[in-house]
Design a protein around this ligand. Structure first.
Ligand SMILES: [Zn+2]
Length: 133
């Protein structure tokens, strides 16, 4: 597959893949922490990086029918949560295009305590990241 381009995030807190430490999102992207996934607590996130999604499928949830895609870590291919493609209930439309990260599958790293030995391929500020979307 060749070299995989990865983005390194800078934010107040960085959410990482629990298995491989891949950066996934920053705390500034969190919309809500009051979600539940297949493994318990989950978060609704505005924007994620270093991930890919599977095929869309309909899922019945406590809040109605949604078309979602499984969300995978681009590095170790662990299932991290899912992405909302489409919400059938008009009240749930705010979730469309957003991501669910399962707390069980991620770790939260305070930006200040981040290990420094890791090679930084690209470091971008949250503001810059949002401007690209
Ligand atoms: Zn991973």
């Amino acid at each position: 597959m060749g070299r995989t381009f990865r983005v390194y995030l800078a934010g107040e807190y960085v959410y990482c893949c629990r298995v491989c430490g891949n950066h996934l999102a920053v705390s500034e992207s969190v919309i809500s922490t009051q979600f539940r996934g297949q493994h318990g607590k989950a978060m609704l996130i505005r924007h994620t990086v270093n991930v890919y999604t599977g095929e869309p499928g309909d899922r019945e949830m406590s809040t109605g029918k949604h078309t979602v895609r499984d969300l995978f870590c681009k590095v170790c291919h662990t299932t991290l949560g899912w992405k909302y493609d489409f919400a059938h209930d008009p009240d749930q439309k705010y979730k469309e295009g957003r991501y669910i990260l399962e707390r069980e599958m991620i770790t939260e790293v305070p930006e200040g305590k981040r290990e420094t030995g890791r090679p930084k391929i690209e470091e971008i500020s949250v503001r810059e990241l949002m401007a690209r979307v």
